[in-house]
Design a binder for this molecule. Structure first.
Ligand SMILES: C[S@@+](CC[C@H](N)C(=O)[O-])C[C@H]1O[C@@H](n2cnc3c(N)ncnc32)[C@H](O)[C@@H]1O
Length: 210
């Protein structure tokens, strides 16, 4: 899907996503809190959607959220008004961030690299804008390690992509390996369906292995 297709898909989906945010949080809230509940300093959220993660961030962070969809950002502004986190939101393509190098202490993203047309470019951008010593924290979905669930995901993958541009069976670690980011920690949950990743930008001395 192109960026325009994705914007059209999320323009339609934004209302539903906001209405059922409670259900989303019921299934993923624990993992969002684990990944994003202890952040400090300047935080960039890439593809913030309706702002679901705002409820799990410490109030003390300086938050910037970006997303390509105006409709999702409109919902995220409503969420930002309801929580104690101070921040701002901008419409921006994750694959070409307009921030300077090393601008943020932590860069976070959840359930979105599966939707970026070029997920490696987006991860490279996260590495670029994250300061040396900072961290990139991701929460991703992917194929389950339970065969029956994995086969169900596979059977739904094409229709799901047509509807939302989301690659249901994308392997998050395989994408990360092709990017400039260096994997530090990973953990899976929900039968391998969810992956929590901590990564860091490469050090000057490290070659990026493509
Ligand atoms: C499945 S939603 C996830 C939203 C949110 N992060 C969450 O955890 O619920 C995927 C989001 O990625 C955004 N997105 C897709 N492609 C994008 C791009 N190239 N740049 C920025 N945002 C993008 C969509 O607009 C949508 O808000």
């Amino acid at each position: 899907m192109t960026i325009a297709d994705i914007q059209a898909a999320y323009a339609e989906y934004a209302d539903l996503a906001a209405r059922f945010d409670w259900l989303n949080r019921l299934f993923t809230g624990r993992h969002r809190r684990q990944q994003f509940g202890d952040l400090e300093g300047r935080v960039l959220e890439v593809a913030c959607g309706t702002g679901t993660n705002l409820r799990y961030l410490p109030d003390s962070v300086e938050y910037v959220g970006i997303d390509i969809s105006e409709a999702m950002l409109a919902r995220a502004w409503e969420t930002l008004d309801r929580v104690d986190v101070e921040g701002r939101l901008e419409r921006m393509d994750a694959q070409t961030l307009s921030f300077a190098d090393d601008s943020f202490d932590t860069v976070v993203s959840s359930f979105s690299t599966c939707t970026f047309p070029d997920p490696v470019a987006a991860l490279d951008e996260m590495a670029r804008v994250c300061r040396p010593g900072g961290r990139v924290r991701l929460l991703e979905h992917g194929p389950s390690d339970v065969d029956l669930i994995a086969r169900y995901q596979e059977s739904r993958a094409d229709a799901h992509y047509e509807r939302s541009g989301c690659r249901l069976t994308q392997e998050p670690l395989e994408v990360l390996e092709r990017s400039a980011l260096v994997l530090e920690e990973r953990e899976t949950a929900q039968f391998g369906r969810l992956t929590m990743i901590t990564a860091r930008p490469p050090r000057d001395s490290e070659e990026v292995d493509r």
